[in-house]
Design a protein around this ligand. Structure first.
Ligand code: ASP
Length: 445
C-alpha cells in the first residue's frame, strides 16, 4: 500500500510539472550500466539476441533530441548480477530526463519531488536547498560515496605524521603510494576478543590488517606502540583528536582499500555503540564526481556513472583520469536513493569519451550509432536522474530487504520460488531458437 502511494505521489508531481510519461522498449539492445545483460533469443533472427534494458538511458536521451523536454517513467530494469539485500535482478526505477538544464536545475526539481513524495507518505523533511558534498570530501571524511551523516567518527589522513617512520609495515605502504588512514571511535572499553574481531572484520573487508590502540598518557596502549616513536604517537594522537581512553583504528593500504574498510567499520561501530539517532534524517547530494576510475584488473578506464555523462568543462582525451563529471547522487542516511548526470550532447565529445573508455570507433558505431547520429541533429543540453523505487519504499517502511516491498520477489540467487522460474525449456523451443545448451560454470555462480 505504501508503494502504491509513493508511486502515485511521483506521478502526481510530474504530471503537475508538465512531464510526459513515455514507455520505452523492454526488448532492446544493451545499455551499459555496468552489469551483465539478460539476453532474449529471437526465433525470427536465429543467433541474434535482444538485451533487456539495464535502464532506459539511451531512449530517454533520444526523447530529448526529439523535442520532449520533460520525460519520466516508472520503468522496469534488469541487471543480471548476484542479488543482494538491496538489489534484485529485476527492479523498478523512477526515470527522469529534462532538456536545457544544468546540474542546479535538475537538483532543484528533484528536491521538490522528494519533498512532495515524502510529504504525501510521511517520509523525512527535505530541506530546501539540501546539503551538497563533493565526492572527494565524502571519500576523505567517510570513506564512501554514500556517507551516513547522522554521526561522526570521521576518517583522518595520517601519512604526514608517519612520513619518516621506521615501522616497516607503514613505510612500505607509503612507499608504494598507499595511504595510512584512521578513525577515533571515542572512549570505549573493548575486550581483547572484540578487538581481534575487528581485525578479522577488517581482513574480511579486504585490508591486510588493522592497527588498534587506546590513547594512554601521551602514547598508546597497543601492540603496535613499540614500533612508533614518541613524537609519531603524539602526532597521531593530535591528528585523531585522541583523548585519554579513546579507541583508535588505523588501516595502512592502497587508498581505496583503506577507505572502504574504515568506511564500513565506521558504520558498524556507529551501530555497535548506538551513535545513530534513528529519529534523525540526513539527505545529501554527492556532487563533483570523477568521470572515470581506473580498472586495474582490465587495465582500462571505466565510466564512474555511465559513458553518456558530460564532463565539467573541456574533456582532455590525453588525461581521462583528471576529468570531472557533471553527476550527482542523492543519499539518505547512508543509502543511495538515486543518481544521474548532465549528458554529453555533442557527438564529437561522445566519441572522445568512448575512445577513452576503450570503445573503438567501429564498436561505438555498431552499438551506439543511433545515439551518435541523434547527437548530430543538434541535441539540446539535457540531463536527468533515476531512483530505485524499491529502495525508497524499503527505507520508508524500515524493511531490511527490498524483497519485502516487491510483490512476487525472487530469492537471493534469482529464483522465483512461486513459479519455479528460471526453468529448463522444451527441446522443441530450443530448436526453434537454434540454441543448444552446453553446461558451463560461470565464475561467481
Ligand atoms: N541511467 C542511470 C542509472 O540507471 C541514471 C541516469 O543517469 O539517469 O543509474
Amino acid at each position: 500500500m505504501l508503494r502504491h502511494r509513493v508511486v502515485a505521489a511521483m506521478r502526481e508531481f510530474f504530471d503537475a510539472e508538465g512531464f510526459v510519461d513515455v514507455e520505452t522498449p523492454v526488448l532492446t539492445r544493451s545499455t551499459p550500466e555496468g552489469a551483465r545483460d539478460f539476453l532474449v533469443p529471437s526465433s525470427q533472427q536465429q543467433g541474434s539476441f535482444y538485451a533487456l534494458p539495464q535502464s532506459p538511458q539511451l531512449f530517454k536521451q533520444l526523447l530529448m533530441v526529439a523535442g520532449f523536454e520533460r520525460y519520466y517513467q516508472i520503468a522496469r530494469c534488469f541487471r543480471d548480477e548476484a542479488t543482494r539485500a538491496d538489489r534484485q535482478a529485476e527492479f523498478t526505477q523512477l526515470d527522469v530526463e529534462m532538456s536545457f538544464v544544468t546540474v542546479d536545475d535538475v537538483i532543484e526539481v528533484n528536491e521538490r519531488l522528494l519533498a512532495h513524495v515524502f510529504d504525501r507518505v510521511g517520509g523525512p523533511r527535505v530541506p530546501a536547498p539540501m546539503e551538497r558534498m563533493g565526492f572527494e570530501e565524502a571519500m576523505d571524511r567517510f570513506g564512501t560515496d554514500r556517507p551516513d551523516l547522522r554521526f561522526g567518527i570521521e576518517l583522518v589522513e595520517l601519512g604526514e605524521e608517519l612520513a619518516q617512520t621506521e615501522f616497516k609495515v607503514f613505510r612500505s605502504v607509503l612507499e608504494s603510494g598507499g595511504a595510512i588512514r584512521g578513525l577515533n571511535a571515542g572512549r570505549r572499553e573493548l575486550p581483547r576478543s572484540e578487538l581481534d574481531g575487528l581485525i578479522s572484520r577488517a581482513q574480511e573487508l579486504g585490508a591486510k590488517g588493522l592497527v588498534w590502540a587506546f590513547r594512554e598518557g601521551d602514547g598508546w596502549r597497543s601492540p603496535t606502540a613499540k614500533f612508533l616513536t614518541e613524537s609519531e604517537l603524539a602526532g597521531l594522537n593530535r591528528r585523531l583528536g585522541a583523548e585519554q581512553g579513546d579507541l583508535l583504528l588505523l588501516v595502512a593500504d592502497q587508498r581505496p582499500v583503506a577507505n572502504a574498510v574504515l568506511g564500513q567499520l565506521r558504520l558498524e561501530l556507529g551501530e555497535r555503540f548506538g551513535l545513530i539517532d534513528e529519529d534523525e534524517d540526513r539527505l545529501v547530494w554527492i556532487v563533483d564526481w570523477p568521470m572515470m576510475e581506473w580498472n586495474e584488473d582490465e587495465r582500462r578506464w571505466d565510466a564512474m556513472h555511465h559513458p553518456f555523462t558530460a564532463p565539467a568543462g573541456e574533456f582532455d582525451p590525453e588525461n581521462p583520469g583528471a576529468a570531472r563529471a557533471q553527476a550527482y547522487d542523492v543519499v539518505w542516511n547512508g543509502q543511495e536513493l538515486g543518481g544521474g548526470s548532465i549528458r554529453i550532447n555533442r557527438a564529437d565529445v561522445q566519441e572522445q569519451v568512448f575512445a577513452a573508455l576503450g570503445i573503438d570507433a567501429e564498436t561505438a558505431r555498431a552499438r551506439f550509432g543511433f545515439l551518435l547520429e541523434a547527437l548530430r541533429y543538434g541535441a539540446p543540453p539535457h540531463g536527468g536522474i533515476a531512483y530505485g523505487v524499491d529502495r525508497i519504499v524499503q527505507r520508508l517502511c524500515g524493511a531490511d530487504s527490498i524483497r519485502d516491498v516487491i510483490a512476487f520477489p525472487k530469492t537471493a540467487s534469482g529464483f522465483d520460488l512461486l513459479t519455479g522460474a528460471p526453468a529448463p525449456v522444451d527441446e522443441l523451443q530450443l530448436r526453434e531458437l537454434g540454441i543448444a545448451i552446453h553446461k558451463h560454470k560461470l565464475a561467481g555462480h
